[in-house]
Write a protein that binds this ligand. Structure first.
Ligand code: SAM
Length: 242
């Protein structure tokens, strides 16, 4: 057999075996629930900017970006800008792609640091709620005729994420992704986020379930969560298939 397909098949077998390993999946969820109270996701930076992610999800995003090679990545939720800089740096390496970030509150020090960052040449930021009709119209106009990938990482309540899915999932190109972060909240013990409006029963996973029940043009790419094991986005890597 050709060594390239042989290697690919062995990785596919690894991933399928991981899908069957209930004990390891359980341990991964347990590890997540123990790392969240330590605010583990705040520990990292990409090219100097704080990125609020788990490193495994960043590797998954890198693989997706290389595979899809989008013209435009739309992300709701900027915070310190680390994820925008991360996607922009991958676009820079690929040699194509722009990043559009949306946040209801872009704090002055974050804006200044992002605007003076070497990757800012591939970044545009819009301030306002991701679900306001004005914002949705602006993003739609920018996305027109582009191969789009969407990342939802703003307010993690059911209603907000469902409204974002209705607004932004239709922009996603065939074969590209709508990534819904923090679906893991549903798999965690209740009251793990006491100072937040989201909890079990009210989070990105419940919104994604409601959306998928009415939209067969997206499917969960469960190979991704199986291969990385540690993820904030179980059932959140949605691939557009129609
Ligand atoms: C989890 S942080 C984003 C993290 C960032 N994507 C990263 O990976 O580093 C969530 C952000 O969503 C923003 N946000 C909250 N509600 C929003 C809304 N209605 N519209 C847009 N952004 C919102 C917050 O201001 C906050 O900066």
């Amino acid at each position: 057999m050709n060594p390239v397909s042989e290697f690919e098949e062995s990785v596919a077998r690894n991933v399928n075996n991981l899908k069957q390993d209930d004990e390891l999946r359980k341990q991964s969820i347990d590890w997540m629930s123990k790392s969240i109270p330590h605010r583990y996701s705040y520990n990292f930076r990409w090219m100097g900017r704080p990125i609020i992610q788990y490193p495994q999800d960043m590797i998954a995003m890198q693989e997706i970006l290389w595979r899809v090679q989008p013209d435009l990545i739309v992300e709701t939720g900027i915070a310190h800008g680390g994820s925008l800089v991360f996607y922009a740096s991958i676009c820079e390496l690929i040699g194509k792609g722009e990043v559009l970030g949306i946040d209801i509150d872009i704090r002055t020090h974050n804006r200044e640091a992002i605007e003076t960052h070497p990757m800012f040449k591939r970044i545009t930021m819009l301030e306002g709620s991701s679900t306001s009709p004005e914002m949705i119209a602006q993003v739609k106009a920018i996305a027109e005729n582009k191969k789009v990938l969407v990342v939802l990482d703003s307010n993690h309540t059911h209603d907000h994420v469902l409204a974002e899915l209705h607004a932004y999932a239709p922009l996603v190109a065939l074969g590209s992704y709508c990534v819904v972060f923090d679906t893991v909240i549903e798999d965690m013990p209740a009251n793990l986020y006491p100072d937040r409006p989201w909890d079990t029963g009210n989070n990105p996973k419940t919104a994604t379930r409601a959306f998928l029940a009415e939209h067969s043009n997206f499917v969960v790419d469960d190979d991704i969560e199986a291969k990385i094991l540690i993820t904030v986005a179980p059932s959140g890597y949605l691939r557009r298939v129609e």
